[in-house]
Design a binder for this molecule. Structure first.
Ligand code: PEP
Ligand code: MG
Length: 604
């Protein structure tokens, strides 16, 4: 039966594929296809892992002290029985044989099938046995991590805290071209931003998650991958079953499960149309972004990892307006990148941009981007009651001055290879402004004393907290430039958690307070000749292009995939005719509708 699930659109386009359901705690399981010739080998890995787990359980049973409660040994018996149960192992083998899934993927796919069967059981006792199956699968997955493709077991190593420590086999990339396989979409209750990052190299054509808002970091990373995604689709992971055919309509925020042939055909048609549109837009790549009245507009790229610089250049961006450096700090199983490692990453971006400016943001951890670092750093500072209002971004950096200076030194060193701007997130207090300037000066002095090469940088602040927008005059005195982070500015102005789908209907970029603050900062910067940019999602949303131009904005930073569409709007705009748009945005009771009407008038 075909059903529809409604959520929040994250990125454009249509994805059609078979659902791969992944439990939130298991998104770090590697998903890749194996070649037909490797099927016996993969099944052998399963066998070796199963035997090892069985041995481990037998040994536990044998070593059990006589006074141990007999339930414990009964539990081990249940686990041993499950290990030998055909519905676990034989069905898992089938996923490997028929679908060519790697063993870990096959196992977690089968777990999803079984978990659902248990959930539907009438008998409460039997329903609770689901936890046993999960524990057994968990053990098997851990064991598989130690079994090489030759079926050999490597010595036990501490469990990795994140995905990065799990090398994604070369087969993953090759899998995209693996002929004859159905396209796949990922369905999960939730995916952490750090895990989403790993999917950049994965085989999925689209995503659906139950939770999340339009500007949650999970959504932002999904958007940067330029594949259709829907978040906040509440019941999706419960309603969609492993292997269902799913259409993800990223434009409308709708997920269609098991569509009828007619609906499927309609979506396939739309898919082709949007591919054609993209191909058409990509021809604008080398065209400078200049309005009809000759206003030059700078279109910059937002990136998460050094490798994204390639996409920025390919999209025709004239620099990097936001490099979210915190993603270098994630998925590292507990360690943080030292100065040299950071320097190499920053230098890589600077050199790949061939002389174009690179804006590197100092680390913005906290809120919905936690660090996986127990016992130190952000972990040491505890998560607090309300992480979005807690020790986040610059507050975290200033609480870790050694680490902050280390990052600043790495940036200053990278500046010897090309133009670098340092951008600091979430600044709100005068004391922070002074501490930032002092930290930069000290980092520079340290490099000087050590005789290390470094370059000139400009230092800017993000305007993300309403306080910053209100006291923007002070910012201009202490910083060389500002960049407006509308994602957080909206969150903090309207007191709406950007990652919470329950209040996502109130997360409104058209809110008069948001537009007024934006105008105030852009107009203030323009009047003082200070560079100002917008690097939140609004910059890449074509509904706001003329509004931002009418406020005086001439620098936009966005996902590389948005650059062409925004450029097209700029090429068609005439800033001399945007006064009605500016007035509608700033003084109307329904700015969205009135801006649209004003634009229709301007184009008439
Ligand atoms: C923003 O808040 O608009 C921004 C660009 O930063 P981030 O989305 O990483 O919080
Ligand atoms: Mg922000």
């Amino acid at each position: 039966m075909s059903i529809q699930v409604f959520g929040i659109q994250v990125s454009r386009g249509v994805a059609i594929g078979r659902a791969v359901l992944v439990a939130s705690s298991r998104v770090d399981v590697a998903h890749y296809y194996i070649g037909a010739d490797l099927v016996p080998q993969e099944i052998d890995r399963l066998r070796v892992a199963r035997n090892a787990v069985a041995e481990e359980l037998e040994a536990l049973k044998a070593d059990m002290p006589p006074e141990a409660p007999h339930e414990l040994s009964a539990l081990l018996d249940v686990h041993l029985m499950l290990l030998r149960d055909e519905t676990v192992i034989a069905a898992t083998k089938q996923w490997v044989q028929e679908r060519h899934y790697n063993a870990e993927w096959a196992l977690s796919a089968q777990l999803e099938v079984l978990a659902r069967q248990f959930d539907e059981m009438e008998d409460a006792y039997l329903r609770e046995r689901k936890a046993d199956v999960e524990q057994v699968v968990e053990r098997l997955l851990r064991e598989l991590g130690r079994v090489t493709s030759e079926g050999l077991r490597t010595p036990a190593t501490p469990a990795p805290a994140g995905l990065a420590s799990m090398p994604v086999p070369a087969a993953v990339t090759a899998a995209r071209d693996f002929a004859g396989e159905d396209p796949l979409v990922l369905v999960a209750a939730d995916v952490a931003p750090a895990d989403m990052l790993q999917f950049k190299r994965s085989i999925f054509n689209g995503f659906v998650t139950d939770v999340g808002g339009r500007t949650s970091h999970t959504a932002i990373v999904a958007r940067s991958m330029d594949i259709p995604a829907v978040v906040g689709a509440r019941e999706a992971s419960r309603l969609i079953r492993q292997d269902d055919w799913v259409v993800i309509d990223g434009d409308a925020g709708v997920v269609v499960v098991n569509p009828s042939p007619i609906v499927l055909e309609e979506y396939r048609f739309r898919q082709r149309q949007s591919e054609l549109e993209r191909a058409r837009l990509s021809r604008l790549r080398h065209t400078p972004a200049v309005t009809l009245d000759g206003q030059v507009v700078e279109l910059l790229a937002n990136i998460e990892l050094p490798g994204d610089a390639v996409a920025a250049l390919e999209a025709g961006a004239v620099g990097v307006g936001l490099f979210r450096s915190e993603f270098l700090f994630m998925n590292r199983g507990g360690s943080l990148p030292d100065e040299d490692e950071q320097f190499e990453a920053y230098r890589a971006v600077v050199t790949s941009m061939h002389g174009l400016p690179v804006t590197i943001r100092t680390v913005d951890v906290g809120a919905d981007k936690p660090l996986d670092r127990p016992g130190s750093g952000e972990g040491r500072h505890d998560h607090g009651l309300n992480p979005a209002l807690g020790l986040r971004a610059i507050r975290w950096s200033l609480a870790e001055p050694g680490m902050f200076r280390q990052q600043l030194r790495a940036m200053l060193r990278a500046a010897a290879f090309g133009p670098v701007r340092i951008l600091v997130p979430m600044v709100a207090h005068l004391s922070e402004m002074l501490a930032i300037r002092e930290a930069v000066a000290r980092a520079r002095q340290q490099l000087q004393d050590a005789g290390r090469a470094h370059g000139a940088v400009s230092v800017g602040a993000m305007v993300e907290v309403p306080a910053a927008a209100v006291m923007i005059e002070q910012f201009f005195r202490h910083f060389d430039f500002v960049s407006i982070g509308t994602n957080d500015l909206i969150q903090y102005t309207l007191a709406i958690d950007r990652a919470d789908e329950a209040v996502s209907h109130l997360y409104d970029p058209w809110h008069p307070a948001v537009l007024t603050l934006l105008h105030q900062v852009i107009a203030g910067a323009t009047a003082r000749g200070k560079p100002v940019s917008v690097c939140g999602e609004m910059a890449g949303d074509s509904a706001f292009t003329e509004v931002l131009l009418s406020f005086g904005l001439r620098s936009f930073s966005m996902h590389p995939s948005c650059v062409a569409e925004i450029k097209q709007r700029i090429l068609r705009a005439d800033t001399r005719q945007l006064e009605a748009v500016r007035l509608a945005a700033l003084s109307s009771d329904s700015p969205a509708a009135d801006v649209r009407a004003a634009l229709a008038g301007a184009h008439a």
